[in-house]
Design a binder for this molecule. Structure first.
Ligand SMILES: Cc1cc2nc3c(=O)[nH]c(=O)nc-3n(C[C@H](O)[C@H](O)[C@H](O)COP(=O)(O)OP(=O)(O)OC[C@H]3O[C@@H](n4cnc5c(N)ncnc54)[C@H](O)[C@@H]3O)c2cc1C
Length: 467
């Protein structure tokens, strides 16, 4: 019996898709940069089916890659191009199993779309804070496996801080049930942490118990023009202090980011009367008896008097708030529209070093690669800057990849100099593997390889990614 026939016997023919069936959406991700060729795509219905698939693959030595919403930005979920890797898509496992209002927790299957978990929490007057541009497509399993960040990290943390428990199918098909919903549990190693951010290399996440919070009933969003990145970081420190820890998002956009969105997205208009070198998209939110608007107004008055804010707008409605967020969220697509081949980075440095990092990157790129255009923006309340680079207009197609590689090498060397990270939130996948392994200390590599060898000695899970 062929492996395909055995998989069909386990899951039913309808849920084993062969390459002849036109599997395009499982073979490329949002970046459209590379295309894979899967052995087949399987779509299990539940944890027992995932376990049966992995048990079979383990016996037969078939490599496996888990796939969520395929919105990852480092090519981790794309199958290899040799036609040997089986894609396990979690898309049918999309049930919210339970919500506990008193425990402030929710249990969701791995294939739940992030937005549907946000909505399910809201329907129970609770809040699940993970939020990112891809929330309408990315899945809970994918966001756990990449330890996703997004816009609310500064207040509620990355996915790692939002997970109470996990259910995971191990590479040999055994099921680890760690779906506990405890806030406190110091009984031995915290095993769930191994699988969070492991990018599918240690097993397949099938369900998660997640932390919920009170639903914010007051949300204030404002876009502020500021004189510089330095001023933005001073403003950030003031906002953390003066907004009584109610600050929930703080995004920086340097002026070229606004320009590219205005060029590529005709529905978006110049947001403020004053054009400035930098902009901050700030959000504060509260539940309960706090009066947020007067607090924000006082903070903004004080910031304007101190010269930290040059101009600004505070959203007066949900629609206005969404329009302000569109500038930030459409920026990602606008870069593809302007130059399909460009350099994306996801660097983090200590918050206090962020303006100096941007200045050093501008200087180094200006000297080494005249003509390229940099776009610096990001979740700077977490020290996370997407310092992206567009090739100079008219750069011959054949030279772009090489040029972008040189820019990347230069920026990664700078990140190291500033004691930063080359992957703040997107992970390593395949696209950052060489750079990651180049800078990983030998002892870190040894520890990571021991963990990998302990759980997946045959190296069948997410082969050639991460390690
Ligand atoms: C417009 C846009 C904005 C984005 N903004 C952000 C942002 O602000 N912050 C951020 O952190 N990321 C961001 N991302 C990146 C991306 O959305 C996240 O990495 C997300 O967590 C990926 O989830 P996914 O379900 O699409 O996973 P996939 O892309 O399908 O997979 C990602 C990785 O996880 C593994 N995986 C998937 N599901 C499982 C599972 N059940 N068990 C084990 N391994 C699994 C895959 O093998 C792969 O290695 C953005 C992407 C886009 C397109």
């Amino acid at each position: 019996m062929t492996i395909i026939a055995e998989l069909q016997a386990l899951l039913g023919e309808a849920h084993v898709l062969e390459p002849s069936a036109g599997l395009e959406r499982y073979t490329r991700d949002w970046s459209r940069e590379i295309v894979g060729q899967p052995l087949a795509v399987v779509r299990p219905a539940d944890t027992a089916e995932v376990a049966a698939v992995l048990r079979l693959c383990h016996e037969r030595g078939v490599p496996v890659v888990a796939q969520g919403g395929n919105t990852g930005l480092v090519h981790g979920a794309i199958p290899s191009s040799d036609g040997r890797e089986l894609v396990v898509s979690l898309e049918r496992m999309n049930r919210v199993r339970a919500i506990d209002r008193v425990n402030f927790s929710l249990v969701a299957e791995a294939g739940c779309i992030l937005q549907s978990v946000n909505d399910a929490a809201e329907a129970e007057d609770r809040f699940f804070p993970l939020s990112l541009g891809a929330r309408g497509s990315c899945q809970i399993g994918g966001t756990i496996s990449t330890n996703a960040g997004g816009i609310n990290v500064l207040r509620w943390g990355m996915m790692r801080e939002l997970v109470l428990g996990l259910e995971v199918v191990l590479p040999d098909g055994r099921i680890w049930n760690g779906l506990r919903q405890l806030r406190k549990d110091n009984t031995g190693y915290d095993l769930k942490q191994l699988f969070i951010g492991a990018e599918g290399t240690l097993g397949i996440v099938t369900a998660a118990a997640l932390k919920l919070f009170p639903r914010p009933t007051q949300i204030e969003t404002c876009l502020l023009a500021v004189p510089s990145a330095e001023a933005a970081m001073t403003l950030f420190a003031a906002a953390r202090r003066d907004l009584s820890d109610l600050l929930s998002a703080f995004e920086l956009l340097l002026r070229p980011c606004i320009d590219i969105v205005l060029r590529q997205q005709p529905a978006i208009h110049e947001p403020l009367a004053t054009q400035a070198p930098a902009y901050v998209l700030l959000e504060a939110s509260a539940s309960g008896f706090v009066e947020l608007r007067p607090l924000l107004e006082r903070f903004l008055e004080q910031s304007m008097s101190a010269g930290l804010v040059l101009d600004g707008v505070v959203a007066e409605s949900k629609a206005q708030s969404a329009a302000l967020w569109r500038i930030r969220e459409d920026l990602v697509e606008a870069q593809y529209q302007e130059a399909p081949r460009h350099l994306r980075t996801d660097i983090s440095v200590p918050l206090s070093a962020l303006p100096a990092f941007i200045a050093a990157a501008d200087k180094a790129l200006g000297e080494a690669m005249p003509g390229v255009q940099s776009l610096a923006y990001g979740h700077v309340g977490d020290g996370n800057v997407h310092y992206n680079v567009m090739p100079a207009p008219g750069t011959p197609e054949g030279e772009v990849a090489d040029l972008m590689k040189q820019c990347e090498t230069l920026l990664y060397a700078l990140a190291r100099k500033f004691e930063g990270s080359i992957s703040a939130e997107h992970g390593i996948g395949r696209s950052k593997r060489t750079a990651f392994l180049d800078q990983l200390p030998a002892i870190d590599l040894m520890l990571m390889r021991m963990i990998k060898a302990g759980l997946d000695p045959d190296d069948l899970m997410a082969k050639s990614r991460l390690l």
